[in-house]
Write a new protein. Structure first.
Length: 438
């Protein structure tokens, strides 16, 4: 009954109803585009090529991020990952290039310039990846006995179509952020992942039912482990360490300010799922290029379940966790704000000592958070070791799991905020939904 009442409350709020409607409309447009096949592609040859891609872990991973559009040679085949890659490059440039650092400090105008540079870089990446995708598709179709006509005109035309398709997805994501609910880019990634779950779930169930490898008992064990990993992902998303801050008493006129003790919540995983997305995007670059232009049979970047692939992937996640935490959490700025408001951490001198103390605490709590994040991210490799199918194994890892958890919590938090603003009960009986955006 409480759920039904919450739905009624959501429907009563005009702005929330409008935002939800816009979000669902854009999602439907995105899903429709995932089934629009590139012009000139033979459906029979495409079906054979899709079957061949199912045995390739990297191809299935790319297909999961694009919601199945990659294997279907859709106009949205390249998905949103090129934009993510461009964002990573621009953020890294902001750490080392003085002109980009200056734009970061310029506020809204600087952010708009950086967004524009990100779009330009996305187009450049898309042109390269579109050409590589078409060459790879021709190779796969040829290996199945088919023929893909890629003369100069068709090659240029299809490259433009693929580039425009991904740019349109990026535009949809921005519109969802502005006029809908949640982070649009994150929701598009979430929708692509969820779209692959029913088929992967059904295939794993049929595989366990028809074989003697554990049967339904093993399938139930897999579901329990999946829920356990999901619970661990939620704990990782919401875990905090609180630092006590004492504020000195100040008397201004006839009013007294300060004197109370408050707490600064430092998140165990301040970077959320961004390290996974960063690491995955970087791992895809050499794997994609080698897979497109050679057989790539002996490359560690093509062996999605291999030992060295997962070791490098794990280390990249740990490194990016520290990097993104350093970008988003600024101990010096926090110490200055406390000092301006006559606040101090008991036993720690204000100013530089406070900044060093916060930085030390963040380093300590980030280490276990980054290790757990990396462990969850490489869970698909362990799942494959125990005989889980490639498609279903991907849902055991942070690449999909933590993205789903983070985006769902962030969207629920925005819905709850609208409900509370209009004096309706929230989504939870007690407390608040702790959302985290990508």
């Amino acid at each position: 009954m409480r759920f039904i009442q919450t739905i009624k409350n959501i429907w009563k709020i005009e702005e929330l109803r409008r935002r939800l409607g816009i979000t669902f409309l854009f999602i439907l447009i995105y899903r429709f585009g995932c089934y629009v096949v590139l012009p000139g592609i033979d459906p029979n040859a495409l079906a054979a090529a899709s079957e061949q891609m199912k045995g390739n872990g990297l191809m299935e991973l790319l297909d999961m991020f694009s919601g199945g559009a990659f294997s279907q040679a859709s106009v949205f085949a390249l998905g949103i990952m090129p934009y993510i890659t461009a964002s990573i490059v621009i953020q890294l440039a902001g750490m080392v290039i003085p002109s980009f650092q200056k734009m970061q400090r310029e506020g809204e105008s600087g952010r708009m310039k950086l967004n524009q540079y990100t779009r330009y870089l996305t187009v450049a990446i898309l042109i390269v990846q579109s050409a590589a995708y078409l060459l790879n598709l021709r190779h796969i179709v040829a290996s199945t006995g088919g023929d893909l006509n890629l003369n100069a005109f068709n090659f240029i035309f299809l490259t433009v179509v693929l580039t425009a398709g991904s740019m349109f997805i990026m535009w949809l994501g921005e519109k969802i952020t502005d006029k809908g609910l949640g982070n649009g880019i994150s929701i598009i990634i979430l929708v692509g992942i969820i779209a692959r779950f029913p088929s992967a779930f059904a295939q794993e169930f049929v595989a366990r039912w028809t074989t003697q490898q554990g049967g339904l008992v093993m399938f139930l064990v897999e579901i329990i482990i999946l829920f356990a990993v999901t619970a661990g992902g939620v704990m990782l998303t919401q875990g905090t360490r609180k630092i006590p801050v004492q504020y000195a008493k100040r008397i201004v006129g006839n009013k007294q300010y300060g004197g109370a003790r408050q707490y600064i919540p430092l998140k165990v995983n301040a970077a959320n799922v961004m390290p996974i997305i960063f690491a995955q995007a970087l791992m895809m670059i050499p794997a994609s290029l080698q897979g497109f232009f050679s057989d790539g049979g002996n490359s560690i970047f093509m062996d999605y379940n291999g030992f060295w692939y997962n070791v490098i992937y794990f280390l990249l996640i740990v490194a990016f966790t520290y990097f993104y935490t350093a970008v988003t959490v600024r101990p010096t700025q926090m110490a200055e704000e406390m000092k301006k408001n006559s606040g101090f951490i008991p036993g720690i001198k204000p100013g530089k000592k406070t900044a060093e103390y916060i930085d030390t605490i963040m380093s300590r709590i980030t280490l276990p958070g980054s290790l757990f994040l990396g462990l969850v991210a490489i869970m698909p490799a362990f799942a494959r070791f125990f005989g889980v199918s490639q498609g279903f194994a991907q849902f055991f890892g942070g690449t999909s799991l933590l993205i789903m958890v983070g985006v769902v919590l962030d969207t629920l938090q925005q819905i709850e905020t609208h409900l509370m603003m209009h004096h309706y009960d929230g989504l939870m009986k007690s407390g608040k939904v702790k959302g985290r955006s990508l």
